[in-house]
Design a protein around this ligand. Structure first.
Ligand code: NDP
Length: 334
């Protein structure tokens, strides 16, 4: 492929998601390829250079990262760092003139989301959030049901996104300074997103609760959060997110039927059913589909399936959920 047809991507932060999902997926993408890495761990430089044939000139650390501006091999910077580092590196990438993919959750505050959006706007670069499900066929089918009113209007949606965490208590996800929050920041975005695409609306009011059963392990971050949404069209939504239990589903009850995905938000294959019968699609790497969608957005102007505004919207909802919890579970308008 010519350079015009395949964009060079640099992954920033070579942790488990970059190592086991994104880099392998980038071996199969059509419109982009792995061209560079940014890492704070010296030992990973040689391992990745050998594994993926990355030239020395396309390897950066967090200090010299800004010189990526001079590297024509890199078109897109993909920020795959702990959440509290997303804003800084997305903004530095934009200022270096590179298009940006920022992992979920977009940042740790709405103000940071605004700063990323503004930096990308000012630099004239594209911004996408790592919401892989928007490029995934089961999720797209749910969005089609809602758009075409296949089962009428959604009246109730329930979404769960949770897993039981029992590993290293010092991991960054359990450290608020690095994660910005616990289960809600990490998995909550999936359940919030599910309720939004299963209704086709943004919630207008939220009430939320927090549960803590293992305070010795979850010292610094939320363990389990439940929230209830009111949607402008009259639908009710409930979400469950947790680092203490495994749960992964979406169920929507509509005026003329129902649909569900279970699992709804892992790497797939997902599975689904509806009152019209099973939902079935061929499985493909979600990360491959996501990165090709973003690359073709840049190259050919196709739709940006997960723009920065979507990441910001979800952060507004997350902040409202935390506000409801901290203010005695009161109902918070959005
Ligand atoms: P890991 O802990 O596995 O990796 C994070 C990497 O960030 C580290 O390996 C390290 O890379 C770098 N890093 C820099 N500073 C720090 C620090 N102070 N503490 C820890 N790591 C640091 O995390 P994940 O790969 O699982 O997650 C990274 C991001 O990707 C998160 O925002 C997460 O929410 C998101 N994610 C999204 C998924 C999705 O499905 N969309 C799935 C999984 C994660 P290095 O050694 O190269 O410097």
């Amino acid at each position: 492929k010519s350079r015009e047809e395949s964009l060079g991507i640099a992954l920033v932060g070579l942790g488990s998601y970059s190592t086991y999902q994104l880099a392998p997926a980038l071996q199969d993408t059509k419109f982009c390829h792995l061209a560079g890495i940014v890492t704070g761990t010296k030992a990973k430089e040689r391992i990745w250079a050998e594994r993926y044939g990355i030239p020395a000139g396309n390897i950066y650390n967090y200090q010299n990262f800004d010189t990526i501006a001079d590297n024509d091999d890199i078109d897109v910077v993909y920020v795959v760092l702990p959440n509290s580092m997303h804003a800084e590196f997305s903004i530095r990438a934009a200022q270096a003139g590179k298009h940006v993919i920022c992992e979920k959750p977009m940042a740790v505050t709405v103000a940071e989301c605004d700063a990323i959006i503004e930096a990308c706007r000012k630099a004239g670069v594209k911004l996408g959030i790592g919401y892989r499900l928007h490029s995934e066929p089961y999720t797209q089918e749910v969005k089609r049901f809602v758009r075409e009113k296949t089962f009428g209007k959604t009246a109730y949606v329930n979404a769960e996104a949770a897993y039981r965490s029992a590993g290293n208590p010092d991991q960054w996800r359990l450290n608020k300074a690095l994660s910005g929050g616990g289960a809600l920041m990490n998995m909550g975005v999936y359940s919030i997103q599910s309720t939004i695409y299963a209704t086709g609306e943004n919630p207008v009011k939220v009430t939320a609760q927090e549960f803590s059963t293992r305070p010795d392990y979850f010292k610094d971050t939320d363990e389990t959060v439940t929230a209830q949404f009111q949607f402008p069209g009259g639908a009710t939504g409930t979400v469950f997110t947790s680092h203490n239990a495994n749960a992964n589903s979406l169920y929507a009850s509509c005026t003329g039927g129902w649909f569900s995905l279970k699992p709804a938000n892992n790497y797939g294959p997902l599975a689904g059913e509806s009152s019209n019968g099973p939902i079935q699609f061929k499985h493909e790497s979600q990360q491959k589909l996501q990165m090709d969608d973003f690359a073709s957005h840049i190259l050919y102007g196709s739709v940006n399936r997960a723009p920065g505004e979507m990441g910001k919207r979800d952060m507004i909802i997350i902040e409202a959920i935390y506000r409801s919890i901290s203010e005695g579970n009161r109902s918070v308008p959005l």
